[in-house]
Design a protein around this ligand. Sequence first.
Ligand code: FO1
Length: 317
Amino acid sequence: MSRGRRTVLALSGGIGGAKLALGLSLVLDPANLVVVANTGDDFQHLGLSISPDIDTVMYTLAGINNPVTGWGRRDETWRFMEALEQLGGETWFRLGDTDLATNMERTRRLTAGDTLSDITADFCRRLGVRCRVLPMSDVVVRTRVKTGQGWLDFQDYFVRYQCAPVVEDFSFAGVESATPSRGFLAALADPALRAIVICPSNPFISIDPILSLRGVRDALRTSAAPVIAVSPIIGGQAVKGPTAKMMRELGLSVTAATVGERYADFVDGYVVDDRDAVGLSLPGVEIRATKTLMQTLDDRKHLARAVLDLADELSAS
Ligand code: FO1
């Protein structure tokens, strides 16, 4: 790794991406890590502006994420939900009492005209998160899912219908006019950029919204820094969430190769699990096999190191 390169930019969705982001934050000086979170999952609910992937990344990096659900905060209480239920309110989207504070304060500040970037930066500072967490855009983009039941808003598909509907297509409403957030653009243009990491999140609903923002895919293609993706498929399975189900419904083979092919036009390296490396080759992409399942903190750090080692190797070559 050349001396001047130190900033690592990671693109992440929710749970899987947040795990690697945590690993990266533990093997780097956190001040050199910028994590851009998908905001296509965001929605208005109960009068609140909810940003699930930002919160999953922020809570995970702060060490206060709920290890059971993967979303929301740990040691949560549910008095608000219980009282709302009693009053006949909507409780299909579970908002815990401490998570409610995040969403209430974000909503208040957005209404007051603050940007999601500034709000997230302030929350991270107050929660002791030393790396930078940024929304992919400060402009509203909403993922919608085309299913056999018609077009669904993302959280209806994901939570209300528990990913049961068969997916046919996705759209990211507002993405045409949305610009990447200022911090995201600055990181992409950072001359000290050491690596850009595509975290092992769902390629369709977590990574594609970020790649669809104007100029992002081209910036990745032309970046001087190596772009390294991590496969979200391990042993032909997705670790959590609907990635494998979506791939089957879209007529795609559930393999690390399928995801690699989707990224092949802009990645320089691809890290896959040992179980998925046999016979895998992508023209122009350097492949590395390692253990990619992240169950422990050491697993998270191991994968982060493998990603950075590959990036540094490609920089040196
Ligand atoms: N996911 C669920 O499956 N059920 C829930 O009740 C739920 C509540 C929730 C509350 C706050 C939050 O930030 C995330 C929440 N999620 C819930 C996850 C959310 O649907 C995310 O969009 C997924 O994690 C996909 O990234």
